[in-house]
Design a protein around this ligand. Structure first.
Ligand SMILES: CC(C)(COP(=O)(O)OP(=O)(O)OC[C@H]1O[C@@H](n2cnc3c(N)ncnc32)[C@H](O)[C@@H]1OP(=O)(O)O)[C@@H](O)C(=O)NCCC(=O)NCCS
Length: 322
């Protein structure tokens, strides 16, 4: 069957609870480097206000998914989770699903004027030409047994105290209310947020009142180097299971700011906050400004059996008009 005939045989609908297992089966254990978040997010995504979860079916088989979250007070849609079953990739199914989702949003949400998505796969110049580049972060990924985290933290603590003249005072854990106040300040928006965008894991949001509810739902750990006019602001997601290993937990820490000493200090504080609860095998994704990535990587060199998971890896935040 030709690719064109195949995409004609695809039906689109909204995902439901009973599709869970088939949706999980779309990706192989190698996709997303074993870090697929779908098992952790699918049920939450079905319940989330302002989110539409589209699936493509061929006969009775779920072959693709894309999720769309309405943000910025309904002006923007963030596309997430795009995936196609391995045996049908490269035949236009992702393209057909994206066209269906876009057409649906245009028809049912005429106030949406922009589409935002993040890409970690180094899109070609031709693909990039279709978008505005809003922000770029680089990911420092580390992995270890949870039992080694304490030793790693102790090493980083002693390294940070040796750099005491450049290091700031103790970082502060922010309440949700403090974090919300801070992320709407001109200081944070203009000086810390990349492209004036707050990024939670791979989810890019404008720092506007209407998105605070979305951030609240994510149950984040907010830590800054100081409460007022910080030079580094970080958020950590709760750990979630991923297919990489039966006991693997993925943890995401987004850090905004270009002061290396402050970025290192809040990174360490995020690890200290995790330490009492984590078990098993940990994979830590830390998203930072490209300028601080080499310094943070150096700061994380250790004798505690904490290893790099992937090398230099960019996350691009892209936007286009709908
Ligand atoms: C990426 C993936 C969805 C592409 O599926 P596919 O059916 O082979 O893709 P198609 O044959 O339709 O051709 C590529 C289309 O998908 C789009 N695409 C490819 N990778 C993409 C990505 N990471 N994000 C968004 N769009 C992507 C291309 O722009 C193209 O669209 P067009 O037809 O409008 O030009 C598929 O390879 C996959 O499921 N990979 C594993 C999961 C994954 O890495 N997902 C991307 C992360 S969000």
């Amino acid at each position: 069957m030709s690719a064109a005939e195949e995409t004609c045989d695809v039906d689109f609908s909204f995902a439901e609870e009973q599709d869970f297992q088939q949706v999980l089966n779309i990706c192989s254990s190698d996709d997303y480097n074993g870090m697929d978040y779908m098992a952790a997010t699918f049920h939450r995504w079905l319940q989330e206000p302002g989110r539409l979860n589209f699936i493509a079916r061929m006969k009775d088989r779920v072959v693709a998914l894309e999720s769309a979250l309405l943000v910025d007070g309904g002006q923007t849609v963030v596309f997430q989770g795009l995936r196609v079953v391995p045996d049908l990739r490269g035949r236009g199914i992702a393209g057909a699903l994206q066209r269906h989702v876009t057409a649906y949003i245009r028809r049912h949400y005429p106030e949406v004027s922009a589409v935002r998505r993040s890409r970690g796969d180094q899109p070609s110049p031709q693909v990039l030409a279709k978008y505005r580049l809003i922000a770029k972060e680089v990911i420092l990924s580390l992995c270890c047994e949870a039992t080694n985290l304490g030793v790693f933290i102790a090493e980083l603590q002693s390294r940070l105290s040796c750099q005491a003249d450049s290091a700031p005072g103790s970082p502060v854990t922010l309440t949700q209310q403090q974090a919300e106040t801070l992320i709407l300040t001109d200081h944070v928006i203009s000086n810390l947020l990349p492209g004036k965008t707050i990024i939670v894991d791979w989810e890019p949001l404008k720092p506007v009142e209407a998105n605070l509810e979305v951030l609240r739902r994510r149950g984040l750990m907010w830590i800054a180097d100081r409460e007022f006019e910080p030079t580094a602001l970080s958020l950590g997601t709760a750990p979630y299971s991923v297919p990489y290993r039966h006991d693997a937990l993925r943890i995401n820490i987004n850090i905004f700011g270009r002061s290396l000493a402050s970025v290192c200090a809040v990174f360490l504080a995020q690890l200290e906050a995790l330490l009492p609860t984590v078990r098993g095998f940990l994979i830590l994704y830390t998203y930072v400004d490209p300028a601080v990535w080499p310094g943070l990587r150096q700061f994380c060199q250790n004798n505690a059996n904490v290893s790099p998971f992937r090398d230099y890896w960019e996350e691009l935040i892209l936007e286009t008009d709908l």
